[in-house]
Design a protein around this ligand. Structure first.
Ligand code: GNR
Ligand code: NI
Length: 172
């Protein structure tokens, strides 16, 4: 397994429409493993492949608490096939939007169809934090970040700060 660099916004690689996985083979499993290792190292609860520069529709997620046993979920080609009418407002963050947090309204519960680490088709009914996380990750596969749900003014303030921070971090 390997730790990969997490891409920070604004970056065109975060705005791509990722491509469906044709087959969950060894290469895809390796990508999933690298993503999980990268996510755990960054103390995240989810990660989408475009965040490490891959253009595949792959997501990993683990919403278990630090004192609980790990519960990694590996998803290829995940799709929301049902969403509850009930919505929920929740504070979100993103490893590609470091140190910025904002409330986003989303369906409270969703049903997700995906291929697991063995390529088997599965469905998952997600509630609570898992529901938020999976919706956030699936949006990454179509180039949408949680800040795209905010007003243009709020989004532009965050993007401007991120650009400035990255400029200051660059070698002279
Ligand atoms: O680690 C993460 N935490 C989080 C908190 C609330 C809503 C969504 C998330 S996902 C985020 C990791 C990430 O950026 N995944 O794309
Ligand atoms: Ni994110």
């Amino acid at each position: 397994m390997a730790i990969r660099e997490i891409i920070v916004a604004p970056d065109p690689r975060l705005k791509i429409t990722a491509k469906p996985v044709a087959k969950v083979d060894g290469e895809v499993r390796r990508l999933m493993d690298d993503m999980l290792e990268t996510m755990y190292r960054a103390h995240g609860i989810g990660l989408a492949a475009p965040q490490i520069g891959s253009d595949l529709r792959v997501v990993v997620c683990d919403v278990a608490r630090a004192n609980e046993e790990a519960q990694p979920i590996h998803l290829a080609n995940p799709e929301v096939v049902w969403a509850s009418g009930e919505l929920l407002l929740r504070e979100e963050g993103c490893l590609s939007v470091p140190e910025h947090y904002a409330e986003v309204e989303r369906p409270a519960e969703v049903k997700i169809r995906y291929l697991d680490r063995e390529g088997k088709e599965r469905e998952l009914h997600a509630t609570g934090l898992l529901s938020v996380c999976l919706q956030h990750e699936i949006e990454h596969l179509d180039g949408t970040l949680f800040i795209d749900h905010l007003s243009r003014v709020k989004r532009d303030i965050i993007l401007r700060k991120l650009k400035k921070t990255q400029r200051l971090a660059e070698p002279a």
